[in-house]
Design a protein around this ligand. Structure first.
Ligand code: TYD
Ligand code: MG
Length: 454
């Protein structure tokens, strides 16, 4: 007999309850409970049971042979690096991102460039003709790449069993459904159940699987948080629709660091890896323009030089306007207050607009000094010399605090042809490399301003 049970599931954390709740007792979110029906009697034949489960027996940890798993080289340096050195066999990776950012393009492109690896690309969103058109656009072809347009999980497992692929991609997890659950595709219980079956398949057959997932309005990966707990790695593909740069970050990675970052450029014929981001971010010739300062920043563990632009004008209304793109506005307000105290900048009379070039969002505290310099440069209408860059965190009393990875920042600035770099004092301990770039150590913002503006 088919028994249908109704439960209420929190769409934020996946907690379920027999009755509707206004506030989730687990994650504290309001209005997140949605009604879902589950078919309890059929739940026994799970789709993943097609694969004979290996009965595991407990082992002593010292008996386990660790042996570095040979990772699969994805022929894409950025993706390999973000994954921590390639794809681990049997791992389940979730790739999230806003619609239209290029998730399908990235994965299809990667799959088409893989040689001698039988891949199965399952699309629940596009038809095979659309996929072929996209492949033609990327201008890649591959003998070993199979495409399946299917949304039924049981059918997908049958195809996988017949084809025996080495690598599986599912685009997207929100379109897949299992017959065991009554609710519609994309609902919390469907997503959770499908992901769990796919995880079982990945672990038992050692086949790596990439799941593509959507992002909801709040910017987190749609479906329950449990999805993030199930998978081995969560990658997020970000970028501003109006810019061509795309950033691949890792939010969680059981097999590598989450500090890694990959940068791509969206072209007419697919995504291009950007191995030297500074060159892209510094193309404009800003000679003689005020309000521009170059920061030697670190994002993840990669150094790059990035343009900070500011515009300061007289406030037309009673309340001055503050706006920051790519930078935390509260941090900017704090920096402006430091500027008021140290450089006689009259906060109340000025509108301040700040922009980090290229649509990047940088969280490095080392950006502080360049933000202050750009604002002051615009306020004084004196340009910062073109061959100077800077790095340093600014404290509340105007002191410049040390930053991490200073060597990398200096070497990157030198590589890109800068003549001078302003860095925090006492940051250089133990740095011995011989450089041609002039290093100026500053202790307070006043000293930095004297260096820059005389
Ligand atoms: P897509 O991969 O479909 O995004 P997602 O799967 O994340 O929803 O990317 C679609 C966008 O990328 C679309 O706006 C067109 C653009 N695009 C290019 O600019 N160049 C290309 O070569 C391709 C394939 C897409
Ligand atoms: Mg897509």
């Amino acid at each position: 007999m088919v028994k249908i049970k109704t439960v209420y599931v929190c769409s934020n954390c996946g907690n379920d309850s027999p009755k509707w709740l206004g506030k989730c007792p687990i994650c504290g979110e309001w209005n997140t409970y949605v009604e879902e029906s589950i078919n309890t009697s059929a739940a026994k034949n799970k789709a993943s049971d097609i694969f004979d489960s290996v009965k595991a027996k407990p082992l002593k940890i010292k008996e386990v042979v660790a042996g570095e798993d040979p990772r699969i080289d994805l022929q894409d340096e950025e993706l390999n690096r973000v994954l921590g050195g390639g794809l681990v066999p049997g791992s389940l990776v979730l790739l999230g991102g806003e619609p239209g950012i290029g998730k399908s393009t990235l994965i299809l492109q990667t799959v088409l460039n893989l040689k001698k690896i039988k891949t199965l690309y399952i699309s629940g969103e596009e038809s095979s003709r659309q996929l072929k058109m996209r492949a033609d656009r990327i201008n890649a072809n591959n003998e070993d790449c199979y495409i399946l347009c299917e949304t039924n999980l049981e059918q997908i497992f049958v195809s996988i069993k017949n084809l025996q692929p080495d690598f599986v991609v599912i685009d997207s997890i929100q379109t897949i459904f299992t017959e065991n659950i009554e609710s519609s595709p994309g609902s919390v219980s469907q997503v959770r159940e499908c992901a769990a079956s796919i995880l079982k398949f990945a672990k038992e057959t050692s086949t790596p699987v990439i799941l593509i997932g959507h992002i909801n309005k709040e910017g987190s990966i749609a479906g329950p948080k449990v999805l993030e707990h199930i998978v081995d790695a969560v990658l997020q593909f970000d970028g501003d629709q109006h810019y061509m740069y795309r950033i691949l970050r890792s939010i969680k990675n059981r097999f590598g660091s989450t500090a890694e970052l990959g940068i791509y450029e969206m072209r007419q014929n697919g995504l291009r890896e950007v191995s030297n981001p500074s060159e892209l971010l510094l193309t404009q010739n800003h000679e003689g323009l005020s309000g521009v300062a170059i920061a030697a920043a670190i994002e993840g563990i990669r150094p790059f030089l990035i343009e900070t632009q500011a515009l300061v004008s007289t406030a037309a209304y009673g309340t001055p306007q503050r706006s920051a793109t790519g930078f935390d506005i509260r941090r900017m307000n704090m920096l402006l207050a430091v500027l008021e105290k140290r450089a006689g900048f009259k906060l109340i009379q000025k509108d301040v607009f700040l922009n980090i070039a290229g649509g990047l969002r940088v969280n490095d505290p080392g950006m502080d000094l360049s933000v202050l310099s750009a604002v002051l440069s615009s306020n004084l209408d004196i340009a910062v010399e073109r061959n100077v860059c800077m790095t340093g965190e600014v404290g509340l009393s105007g002191e410049i605090r040390p930053v991490n990875r200073i060597e990398q920042r200096i070497l990157e600035a030198e590589k890109l042809g800068f003549n001078r770099i302003l860095i925090p004092r006492n940051n250089l301990k133990g740095f011995t490399a011989k450089t041609n770039i002039e290093i100026i150590e500053v202790r307070k913002v006043e000293e930095a301003f004297r260096q820059l503006f005389g």
